[in-house]
Design a protein around this ligand. Sequence first.
Ligand code: ZN
Ligand code: ZN
Length: 602
Amino acid sequence: MAVPRLSVDRPFTYLLKDEHDAGTGSLVSVPFHGRTVRGWILGPATDPPSARLLPVRRVFGDVRFFDPAMLRLLRWVGERYVAPLTTVIERSHPPRVAGEESLAAQEPAAVPERSGSAVDVTEDGVAVADLLASARVTWLRPLPQQEAQACLAVVEGCVASGLAALVIVPEADPLPETARAVMEAFGHRAVLFAGGDSRERYRTWLDIRAGAYRVVVGTRPAVFAPVAGLGVVWISRENHPGQREDRAPYYHVRDVAVARARIGGAACVLASLCPSAETAAGVRHGTIATAHPQRGVERSAAPLVETAPPEAEDRSNRLTQLLKTARSAVLILSRRGYGIARVCRSCGEPAACAACRGPIVVEQRRPTCRVCGTAGVCAVCGASDFGIERGGTERIAEWASRASSLWVENRATEDAPPGPASNALVVGTAATVKEVGPLRLDLVAILDPDRALARPGLHSAEQSVATWMEAAAWAGPKADGGRVLLQTRQPGHPAIQAVIRWDPMPFLAGEAKRRAEAGFPPGHPIFRIEGAGDLDQSLRTAGAATVLATSSAAPGPGETPREGRTVCLVSVSPERFDPFRLAVLRLANEGAVTRVEAEPHL
Ligand SMILES: [Zn+2]
Ligand SMILES: [Zn+2]
């Protein structure tokens, strides 16, 4: 039933008349509490109620939106993220555009046989057959800038054995090199399932369903693409924040891909230079296999990394020195803009936004509130002239254009092209670090890693290390003469050592320990659950291992005032997850749980 509430998240039984050509996955409308509501056929009722059944009113078109195997995956997603099945079904395909259905191919398009021969090992020396073993999940650490080649070898091997492949990248614009290379190599046998208007998206989805493609490349929604005979799901940069869906059911592509592979007997490859703490934990516990390039090969591919303490405004003498000879460089900062307003020049009070009291930053010469985005005006006297603590991408770009003879571009602005450049000095942020294909820079400098490491957040350190490693790869292997500079006061920090030693695993083991101590170990589902006043107690009773509660007297929508309102951050051990989930559903039925968000950004 297309009613996205946990309290009605169960199947209802209706009578499907023989004249309807419908079955599992058909979109229908049915009478429901005096209204007509849309829903999907889940299958024949195993235990039909004895009372008189109401008939299905209407069947919409011939398209089946899922088959029994896909339904198993969708149910898994609904359970894992405690989301109504209807929400999961709606997010698993583009919205229906009825006009496109009449144009759909009646017969699956003929797929020509592949030409050329599949390779046995990737360029890194990893056996393709191992990566394609049925239901096996492998973390692959490709050589720097070699992910596209490794992916091509695996997809070739998969297609050569008569199966289909899914390649998921974390972003669509610009199209990452792995996606671009696969699209180019497979031509009309591959389709890009990302972006486009609603007609195009639905059209593409129908064509995939009709079997028109052997390879589907796309962003997160493509993890549900209706490809038959799936042999492998490749998740590119599995640690990237873009791999997590930001709205209900808040799924993570990595988890869904692993589940899909296990349900369908396909292989799953999680590719990353620095894996997520979750993937690293899976490797330690033996649930995820590893496929490193051969050790010697990997060591010789590592870049030359050095550290120097930062001086004023995120610069250092060592940076100035390296910039004198570099013919290409990228400087990565965690702060955009020109600086932070510290004090009001009119009244002398500390600078704070008049609208929201947030910090004021100077970007493109204008003081702007970092929190609410309004023009920065002193909260005390209304003036807009501030004493500035300089630092940020704009200030560094200004300085670098004097310190270097290179063309300098600040690519941390809204309208700048993303990514680095081979013939310039680019200043950017983590958002500048894209998968752009083979690129060789003389200098990659991470200017304020200590500030990035000081940021709160469960995943912030591991994502910083992943970004630094991806950027560091642009310096090329040691033998090439490219250099990586980390401006840090803590060269012994495990995150910094991960980049220097080109081995993230000890750092990630430490992260897992730190998270376990905080009550949120990797691999244990996390939820933000909102509801009535005593929710925290109910969730502890339900089996949650960690419950951090914030209560307020003000009731949320639909709650009675006397109960107040509580928001809980909850972690559950996998062994106790099923009873916990059922308890949350019961609480939702009773109105004590009003909202559930899985894997929130913490
Ligand atoms: Zn503000
Ligand atoms: Zn003032």
